[in-house]
Design a protein around this ligand. Structure first.
Ligand code: CP
Ligand code: NVA
Length: 307
């Protein structure tokens, strides 16, 4: 069975830890692994816009000895003119791996079901698992561990990032504390899954409407845009709903003294985060953005060995 990475718990907690450690090694010795030597080609498909994901996969594939083939779905047949399954059948015969940023998780499942080469989720409406590998790597670099640390997520908890934080951080042995406005909290099924994993890994998952309670003694404070891709028509209404959920210096002062701030980016200063926090001394967002490269290289190298 081909191994894919469509959501955070498609790998085990120990595989997650191995990939993060491998990413830290690759960062120190950037050209030490060449699984795509040949060169083999990796397809990277975008149905939504991107800066970090596009750059980090293109650079990472090249650094692993391969050739990135970036496909914007608007200029391909995928979607309207050709099914996902037929696209997979064409790609699997030519490329080493398929990376896809899309809307529905079901589309990714269908691509994977029809592909003999690994499929990687580069963000869907449901999950952003590659981002979490980079975030956990950053946390490990900053604290030397992930286990036993508390992460607080403040803002829209009903989106891909909140889902991935809940599950991936529970896998990494962390406590996760969510604060979101009424009606914008985590999905029950995701919360249940995170609690199930936390029960095994030794973490605790809490969800409330109170940012102060969530960040209390947190080691890592995170947020994400209030308006995810595809929700642009709700921007005005969301700006009002989320008003009391900005991560600002007053909120950061309630976290642990050594707390760091992370954001997957792009960030909207003055909305989900104040400029003084994202541009301040506790922010690690540029290190986090760089780590997308190293974490995804480790993931692709690992997947190349599984299949
Ligand atoms: N964080 C992230 O995935 O950024 P892009 O949307 O720019 O790829
Ligand atoms: N939740 C955001 C993440 C962007 C990387 C979105 O889906 O737009």
């Amino acid at each position: 069975m081909t191994k894919h990475f469509l959501k955070d718990d498609d790998i085990t907690p120990s595989q997650q830890a191995q990939i993060i450690d491998r990413a830290i090694k690759l960062k120190a010795d950037r050209f030490s692994e060449r699984p795509f030597a040949g060169p083999q080609t990796v397809a990277v498909i975008f149905d939504k816009t991107s800066t970090r994901t596009r750059v980090s996969f293109a650079v990472g594939i090249a650094e692993l000895g391969g050739v990135p083939l970036i496909i914007d779905s608007g200029v391909s047949q995928l979607g309207k003119k050709e099914s996902v399954a037929d696209t997979a059948r064409v790609l699997e015969r030519q490329v080493a791996q398929i990376v896809w940023r899309t809307y529905s998780q079901a589309g990714l499942d269908e691509m994977a079901a029809n592909s003999s080469v690994p499929v990687i989720n580069a963000l869907s409406d449901s999950w952003h698992p590659c981002q979490l590998l980079a975030d956990l790597m950053t946390i490990k670099e900053c604290f030397g561990k992930t286990e036993g640390l508390k992460l607080a997520y403040v803002g829209d908890a009903n989106n891909n990032m909140a889902n991935s934080y809940l599950v991936a951080c529970a896998m990494a042995g962390m406590d996760v504390s969510i604060a979101a406005p009424e009606g914008y909290g985590p999905d029950d099924a995701v919360l249940d899954r995170a609690r199930e994993i936390a029960g095994i890994q030794g973490g605790k998952i809490t969800s409330s409407n109170d940012p102060l309670e969530a960040v209390e003694s947190a080691h890592v404070v995170v947020t994400d845009t209030w308006v995810s891709m595809g929700m642009e028509d709700q921007a005005q209404e969301r700006a009002l709903v989320f008003q009391a959920f900005t991560v600002d210096s007053a909120l950061m002062s309630k976290a642990d003294k050594g707390a760091i701030f992370l954001h997957c980016l792009p960030a909207y200063r003055g909305f989900e985060v104040s400029a003084d926090v994202i541009d301040g001394s506790q922010s690690r967002v540029w290190q986090e953005a760089e780590n997308r490269l190293h974490a995804q290289k480790a993931l692709m190298a690992w997947l190349a060995e599984q299949n």
